[in-house]
Design a protein around this ligand. Sequence first.
Ligand SMILES: *[C@@H]1O[C@H](CO)[C@@H](O)[C@H](O)[C@H]1NC(C)=O
Ligand SMILES: *[C@@H]1O[C@H](CO)[C@@H](O)[C@H](O)[C@H]1NC(C)=O
Ligand SMILES: *[C@@H]1O[C@H](CO)[C@@H](O)[C@H](O)[C@H]1NC(C)=O
Ligand SMILES: *[C@@H]1O[C@H](CO)[C@@H](O)[C@H](O)[C@H]1NC(C)=O
Ligand SMILES: *[C@@H]1O[C@H](CO)[C@@H](O)[C@H](O)[C@H]1NC(C)=O
Ligand SMILES: *[C@@H]1O[C@H](CO)[C@@H](O)[C@H](O)[C@H]1NC(C)=O
Ligand SMILES: *[C@@H]1O[C@H](CO)[C@@H](O)[C@H](O)[C@H]1NC(C)=O
Length: 454
Amino acid sequence: MESQHALVLMTLLLATVFAHNLLEANSQLFAISSVATLGPSLICSRIPGLSTKQIAICEEYPKVINCIREGYRKGAEECKFQFRKNRWNCTVLGQTSDFDDKAIPGTKEAAYTQAIISAGVTYTITKACSMGNLTDCNCDRKQWGQKSPEGWMWGGCSVDISYGIKLSEDFVNAAQNTHSAISLMNKHNNKAGRQVVKERLVLECKCHGVSGSCTTRTCWRALPSMRQIGETLKEYYRIAFKVKAIERKSSNGPKARKLVLQSNTSRKPDEDSLVYLNDSETYCERDVSSGIPGTRDRICNKTSTGEDSCHFLCCERGYDTHNFTQALKESLQIQCRCHGASASCATRTCWQSLPSFKKVGLQLKDRYEKSVLVRTVKYPSRDGKRAAYLTLESTDDKPPSKDLVHIDSSPNYCDRDSLKRIPGTMERECNKTSKGIDGCELMCCGRDTTLMKS
Ligand SMILES: *[C@@H]1O[C@H](CO)[C@@H](O)[C@H](O)[C@H]1NC(C)=O
Ligand SMILES: *[C@@H]1O[C@H](CO)[C@@H](O)[C@H](O)[C@H]1NC(C)=O
Ligand SMILES: *[C@@H]1O[C@H](CO)[C@@H](O)[C@H](O)[C@H]1NC(C)=O
Ligand SMILES: *[C@@H]1O[C@H](CO)[C@@H](O)[C@H](O)[C@H]1NC(C)=O
Ligand SMILES: *[C@@H]1O[C@H](CO)[C@@H](O)[C@H](O)[C@H]1NC(C)=O
Ligand SMILES: *[C@@H]1O[C@H](CO)[C@@H](O)[C@H](O)[C@H]1NC(C)=O
Ligand SMILES: *[C@@H]1O[C@H](CO)[C@@H](O)[C@H](O)[C@H]1NC(C)=O
């Protein structure tokens, strides 16, 4: 009886969790479950972040839109990985919508985001084709059964990349509505991204014959990993070419523009190179309007000499590499999320997450207030050198490892003393009504406060 009861409860629980997950999936991947029931035009016009042209493509290929979305996601994820140690670390992608492909227009970073997104879309569609997930494309079996000069046979599922390339070109370029220099640049970099997927295709083979003797081999063309694509594009990013847009000679019709190298205006940039129009800024300081978070609070590597070195990442502003591990560990917080029908919280999932850095600071401030006075005990060690350890001033116990300790009492910090690097409290603001440490009495150390600005 009881176990039956439990089973019913369990089923109910599963049902509510499942319903909740469906709801969640539905809001994110709205198109997937609803294309069949709602019309494509209704679905497509509701997806945030699409241009008019992109909505039209979505309506034409409603079954592919989730695949395209996945391509944007893959591209953004790879971008974040490739730039995780750089000052500009790609966090902008995906912030405004799933179809966000923009960094600061005209820069090398914009070149990378466009290329990696285009590559991501080409990649995901091609993969879906080869898995038989889409109706309009499949594997490329044109060479099936043919023998290669090396002696192996074409077989398996060679990827057919042409459909992915076409759809990626149509869709990603459809965000570029103008004939501006920026649009020309973005379209060039989109092409470079698609091109890299094609250039990096790999050959995969399988052996046939008794117990792995490999008397015959069949091979097929397969996609590289997104990591390989991301790395290749990062190389291209490092050697990106500066270009400018010039008017193309044309006998009739509207004047067209094209991109040429800044260094030699009689040369067009190579098809698979990344190009940019404007030099990047330092990305050191926060600038919300341009989507630059700045590098404050980023973790840097003291011993590195590269882009993640403290010197470079902190823009020579100085840096603090105190070991706050202990304090951080203790302030890890447990976050939970409720599942179940309309917030009934029938089940909860929890995880540990980092606290805000402010919270760590507050905890350390608290420890500062309680900082304990210690003294050093010196003793001769075995090898004859002198050694020392700390004990509490009052007892001979070791200080608790989580406490902050000090060996001297503090000065009052009232008067300026440049030798001790004490600025003094002259001209500090104080609170007339407070009796605490920010009150005028304490802050001004009993000095005359009548001259104070009010
Ligand atoms: C193909 O479809 C299967 C089953 O629906 C799914 O698990 C897989 O992720 C899809 N692959 C791609 C690349 O869309
Ligand atoms: C510019 O490129 C053209 C065409 O490739 C080449 O003939 C010419 O020598 C180049 N000029 C300079 C200054 O490099
Ligand atoms: C970017 O470069 C173009 C020409 O290459 C120039 O006209 C434009 O002013 C530049 N924009 C910025 C923000 O520097
Ligand atoms: C990227 O930089 C921002 C701002 O400095 C930071 O908040 C974020 O954690 C960084 N992302 C990664 C993956 O390091
Ligand atoms: C820091 O840089 C050094 C030298 O490049 C490297 O050996 C080390 O693995 C880096 N540490 C981390 C945590 O990335
Ligand atoms: C920081 O402190 C923790 C715990 O006290 C220790 O395990 C860790 O090795 C320290 N890290 C560094 C870089 O000193
Ligand atoms: C000044 O101190 C009083 C009393 O502690 C407090 O209520 C008030 O908010 C403080 N004013 C400021 C500007 O901090």
